[in-house]
Design a binder for this molecule. Sequence first.
Ligand code: CMP
Length: 145
Amino acid sequence: DHERTFLMVKPDGVQRGIAGDVVSRLEERGLKLVGAKFMQISQDLAEQHYAEHEDKPFFEGLTDFITSGPVLAMVWEGQDAVAQGRRMMGATDPLDAAPGTIRGDYGLDLGRNVIHGSDTEEGSAEREIDLFFDDDELVDYERVD
Ligand code: CMP
């Protein structure tokens, strides 16, 4: 499917200067950047974004971390963009993530795993995109390969 996904460089990635590399990898893979926002996430937005984890023991640490510094929130478009994004991110735990994936190459631990991406569950990408972006903040243009 030609679709959109939500991908976000987390505070650890921004602080360590990896944001540009993450963008480059996604561009080189052929995905098209259609929205980007460099921002600080509020507590309220963090709780909404990670609502599915609200009963988990790591929820408070997770929302504290994601609000601790700026993130680069992005929308990427392409063929099977959600699955492609997840393949490129690698496993959630950097110890399990394959070399060549973003988390496998740069991730430090479960929390500081550089990037978040929408999961393949139906409606998940749309929900996250709507949470972070207004319609008029997403642009369309031709990518020339
Ligand atoms: P992310 O893809 O952003 O979605 C939820 C995040 O919770 C996950 O990446 C991890 O960074 C973080 N996290 C922290 N502790 C855990 C845990 N024990 N299991 C799964 N995710 C965790």
